[in-house]
Design a protein around this ligand. Structure first.
Ligand SMILES: [Zn+2]
Length: 135
């Protein structure tokens, strides 16, 4: 799974998650290296997040993860993500102010009552592939 598959809102969201993981990783795993990379553990979590975003049934109408009624993360990854987000959240305003503001705006958005059918990016991509192969 590669985050390059993601498009639109979800791609943006993954970028924000990656930035937050970079901040967390730098302070906890890599001892103040510049904000450029991730350790193996954090890289794995970033890939996991990309996979979950790709399959998010809300697709582009996805609410912010913290308030989402669907708990798609496994408990272990959920816990890791929570700890990292809680740490990095306040620091995002300093490092990536526009993304931080966007996230605050997202938090105010109404949560769609229920996810639409077949609107995850994964499902849409699969449908597109099926169409092109049957023609
Ligand atoms: Zn790390």
């Amino acid at each position: 799974m590669s985050s390059e598959l993601l498009t639109g809102r979800l791609a943006k969201e993954h970028k924000t998650i990656t930035h937050m993981l970079q901040i967390y990783c730098r302070h906890h795993h890599q001892h103040q290296l510049p904000l450029n990379g991730l350790c193996d553990q954090c890289l794995e979590l970033a890939d996991y997040a990309a996979q979950k975003l790709d399959r998010c049934p809300y697709g582009d109408t996805k609410p912010d993860c913290a308030r989402c009624p669907i708990h798609c993360y496994k408990p272990e990854q959920r816990q890791q993500a929570r700890v990292a987000m809680r740490f990095a959240g306040p620091k995002m305003l300093w490092h990536h102010p526009i993304e931080a503001l966007q996230h605050l705006i997202d938090k105010k958005r109404a949560i769609p009552a229920r996810p639409p059918q077949g609107k995850s990016q994964y499902a849409l991509r699969k449908a597109a592939n099926n169409n092109s192969s049957s023609n």
